[in-house]
Design a protein around this ligand. Structure first.
Ligand SMILES: [Zn+2]
Length: 325
């Protein structure tokens, strides 16, 4: 928050120029800021170097400085990492996908989690891993993530298989597969889903998360820069929530409100990182209940779990992304 206040006015320092219509002028640099991370799209390398120097002298009296390790001047063809994404121009089109570092981090996280789950049972594995998978997929479910999603599913499958082998070292492969893998998700033609035969619970797959395609709009004869600005702006707006169809339908029918107390079920604003999504999904699961109809004519209702138990709660909060300029 302090940093947000300190960085107020940075647009002027960058020299962003607007048209009377409110659009950034085609010949102006474009600033995209997210908390203390920002990108400035410039038209030439020379512009970029000058703006960086100007920003450095603007930051200094405010007691701030560039983190030189993280600050680079690159062409869009070379690409750069921003907020866990890699942004690059490929065959004249902006390409935005999870960065290599972000993929490396989630793989490492999965590896450690599965390792720490040795000696537990299938329900414990499912309970621990599903929010991680869903959270990560919810944050990165845009653009060209589909191949990365299936690669992560393959990686996780191997980890889980190894987990099963370690859990039952004396059992043959066929027994392990019959016990833990099957078509648990009836909506999918996938026999290789990890699940628990007793409860029917199963492990979610990254690739099951719907990819949202943000239409990248061309603004006249402008460069790619405003396209990318548009992309980040769209991300900030509300996109479909990663919830099941029943919940989505009830949410729309109830205008986003609890059927008992009439307070909002989900607060405005969406999580701004994979970790926040993980938390959001956890809260959604524990704090919101789908209530079965009491009569045959009635429909299901969405309510706060606490309202169900008789105490009135606050709405589910998500952290609102700050200061995306
Ligand atoms: Zn309620």
């Amino acid at each position: 928050m302090l940093l947000n206040i300190a960085l107020h006015g940075i647009e002027t320092a960058v020299g962003v120029r607007y048209l009377p219509t409110g659009w950034v002028r085609a010949d102006s640099p474009v600033l995209i800021r997210y908390a203390d991370d920002f990108v400035v799209h410039c038209h030439t390398r020379q512009d970029a170097i000058e703006i960086k120097a100007r920003l450095a002298s603007w930051l200094a009296p405010r007691g701030l400085a560039f983190n030189e390790d993280k600050t680079r001047v690159v062409t869009l063809d070379e690409g750069f990492d921003f907020l866990g994404f890699n942004v690059r121009r490929y065959r004249h089109k902006p390409l935005i996908k999870p960065s290599k570092a972000a993929v490396r981090r989630i793989r490492e996280r999965l590896r450690q989690e599965v390792w720490s789950l040795r000696g537990t049972n299938a329900p414990a594995v499912i309970k621990r891993l599903n929010p991680i998978i869903r959270g990560w997929a919810a944050y990165y479910r845009t653009q060209v993530s589909a191949r990365i999603f299936s690669a992560l599913d393959n990686y996780l499958w191997r980890l889980i298989y190894k987990w099963a082998v370690i859990s039952h070292s004396n059992r043959p492969k066929r027994w392990l597969i019959a016990r833990y893998f099957g078509r648990f998700n009836k909506a999918r033609q996938d026999r290789w889903v990890f699940g628990d035969r007793t409860s029917g619970a199963y492990l979610h797959k990254f690739a099951w998360t719907n990819i949202i395609r943000h239409q990248i709009v061309k603004h006249g004869a402008s460069t790619d820069d405003p396209d990318l600005t548009e992309y980040w702006a769209r991300r900030r707006r509300r996109t479909p929530l990663p919830i099941n169809q029943t919940t989505r339908r009830l949410l729309a029918a109830q205008d986003g409100r609890c059927a008992i107390c009439n307070d909002t079920l989900y607060a405005e604003g969406q999580p701004a990182s994979a970790h926040e999504w993980e938390q959001w999904l956890h809260n959604a699961r524990t704090r919101i209940t789908v209530q079965a109809p009491s009569t045959p004519e009635a429909d299901y209702r969405l309510i706060h779990t606490d309202c169900h138990h008789g105490s009135r709660p606050a709405p589910l909060h998500t952290q609102t992304p700050q200061g995306l300029a």
